[in-house]
Design a protein around this ligand. Structure first.
Ligand code: NDP
Length: 382
C-alpha cells in the first residue's frame, strides 16, 4: 500500500485523482484531504476514503467540518497553518491540486518532506520558480508534472538527455474564444465553456485568455531547462497531441491521448510504471484530422506577457500570476470585461521597478501580496 495526500481534493483535479484511487482502493492509504470551503464534499470524501485528516482552509467552517465528521474518527482541522501541517505529513505521494498561489505554502511543506509531489498547481511553480526548484533539490523531493502538456513532455523526455533537446512545443487548444470576434462582450459562462476539457473556473478562464499557456510556458521553463527561446507554443484545437519534444537528430516525439486529466494523473500516480484507466482506445480514424496554428498574440497577448515576465525573471512571474488571479476573479464576478484581464496584468507588470528577486517562500508571498494589492487598487480606479 502507498500513502497519498490530496491538496485541493474537492476540485476538478482532486476529484479525478480520487476517481483513480477509488478504482484501485486496495493500493492506497489516504492521509490528508483538503478543501477551501466545500465542507460537504470534503467530509464525504474523507469518510469514503477513510482519510487520516480532513482540512478546511477557511477556518470559519471548521465547526461545520467537525460536525460532518463526528463519530468517524477522522481528524478535522482548519486554517492555513493546519493546511501546511497536513501537507507536511510524510506520504509516498502528494497531489498538489489547490488553485492559485494559495497552494504555494502547502506545496512547499510537502516538498520539505522530500517525497514525490504530483504538481497540478502551476501558479505555485510560476510564482516561486527558483525558490521551489531549489527546495526540490535540497530536500531530495521528486516533482512530477500533472499538467497534461508538461506530463506529455516529461514522458517524451524519458530515456533521453536534456542536452539533446532542440525544442519543446506546448500545444494549446486555443480555448473557447479563439474564433469569437468581440472579446469585450464575452461573459463568464462563455469563457468557462471549454471545448475539450472539463476544468475548474479559474483555469478555464485562463485557457480562454491564453494565460493558461503563458503560465505553462513559465512552468515548462522551470521544469525542463532547455532555455526559454527553445520553448514554443502551437495552437492545436483538437487537444489530441498534448505536447512535443524535438531532438537534435530531427526526431520529434509527441504524446497523444484523450482530453481527460485522469491520463496524466494516472501517469504520475503509477510513475515510473503504468496503471489501468477507464479510457477508450485512441481512435485516430474517428478523430480524422489534427490541425495546428500559430498563436494570435495580438488578440490574446497573454503568452507574450508571460514570455516577457519569464525573460525578466526574478519577481516578474509572481507579479504576472498575482495580477492575473485578481483579474480573473474580477471577471468572474462581472466587475471587468474579459478583454481587460491582460490589460490589468500588463499594467501591474509595467509599473515602476521590479522588486528584488524573491529568495524565500516569505519573499515570494510578499511579492504576490503587493501585486494583488496593486491590481485591486487599479480595479478600484477604473
Ligand atoms: P478547482 O477550482 O476545480 O479546485 C480547486 C481546489 O482548491 C478545490 O479543492 C478548492 O476547494 C481548493 N481551493 C481553492 N482556493 C483555495 C484556497 N485559497 N486555499 C486552499 N484551497 C483552495 O481547480 P482545478 O482542479 O481545475 O485546478 C487545480 C489546479 O490544477 C490549478 O492550479 C489548475 O491550473 C491546475 N490544473 C487543472 C487542470 C484541470 O483539468 N482542472 C488541468 C491542469 C492543471 P473548494 O472546493 O472548497 O473551493
Amino acid at each position: 500500500m502507498r500513502s497519498i495526500s490530496i491538496l485541493g481534493a474537492t476540485g476538478s483535479v482532486g476529484e479525478q485523482t480520487l476517481d483513480l484511487v477509488r478504482r484501485n482502493r486496495e493500493e492506497w492509504k489516504v492521509v490528508a484531504l483538503t478543501a477551501h470551503s466545500n465542507v460537504a464534499a470534503l467530509a464525504a470524501m474523507a469518510r469514503e476514503f477513510d482519510a487520516e485528516v480532513a482540512v478546511i482552509a477557511d477556518e470559519t467552517r471548521l465547526d461545520e467540518l467537525r460536525a460532518a465528521l463526528a463519530g468517524s474518527g477522522i481528524e478535522a482541522a482548519g486554517g492555513r497553518a493546519a493546511l501546511c501541517e497536513a501537507a507536511s505529513r510524510p506520504v509516498d505521494m502528494t497531489v498538489a491540486a489547490i488553485v492559485g498561489c494559495a497552494g504555494l505554502g502547502p506545496v512547499m511543506a510537502a516538498i520539505e518532506q522530500g517525497g514525490t509531489i504530483a504538481l497540478a498547481n502551476k501558479e505555485a511553480l510560476v510564482s516561486a520558480g527558483e525558490v521551489m526548484t531549489e527546495a526540490v533539490k535540497s530536500h531530495g523531493a521528486t516533482l512530477l508534472p500533472v499538467d497534461s502538456e508538461h506530463n506529455a513532455i516529461f514522458q517524451c523526455l524519458s530515456g533521453n538527455r536534456i542536452e539533446d533537446v532542440r525544442s519543446i512545443t506546448l500545444t494549446a487548444s486555443g480555448g473557447p474564444l479563439r474564433l469569437v470576434e468581440n472579446l469585450d462582450a464575452v461573459t463568464p459562462e462563455q469563457a468557462i465553456a471549454h471545448p475539450n476539457w472539463d476544468m475548474g473556473a479559474k483555469i478555464s478562464v485562463d485557457s480562454a485568455t491564453m494565460f493558461n499557456k503563458g503560465l505553462e510556458l513559465i512552468e515548462a521553463h522551470h521544469l525542463f531547462p532547455v532555455g526559454l527561446d527553445r520553448i514554443r507554443i502551437v495552437v492545436h484545437p483538437q487537444s489530441v497531441i498534448h505536447s512535443m519534444v524535438e531532438y537534435r537528430d530531427g526526431s520529434t516525439l509527441a504524446q497523444l491521448g484523450p482530453s481527460d486529466m485522469r491520463v496524466p494523473i494516472a501517469s504520475c500516480l503509477a510513475w515510473p510504471l503504468r496503471m489501468d484507466t477507464p479510457m477508450a482506445p485512441l481512435d485516430l480514424a474517428a478523430i480524422g484530422e489534427l490541425s495546428f496554428f500559430a498563436p494570435d498574440e495580438v488578440r490574446f497577448p497573454a503568452t507574450r506577457l508571460a514570455r516577457e515576465a519569464a525573460q525578466a525573471g526574478g519577481a516578474a512571474p509572481a507579479i504576472l500570476n498575482a495580477a492575473n488571479e485578481i483579474a480573473v476573479a474580477a471577471f468572474l464576478e462581472r466587475k471587468i470585461a474579459f478583454s481587460r484581464i491582460p490589460l490589468l496584468v500588463e499594467r501591474v507588470l509595467s509599473e515602476g521597478q521590479l522588486p528584488d528577486p524573491p529568495r524565500t517562500l516569505e519573499e515570494v508571498l510578499g511579492v504576490d501580496g503587493s501585486a494583488r494589492k496593486r491590481a485591486n487598487e487599479l480595479l478600484e480606479l477604473a
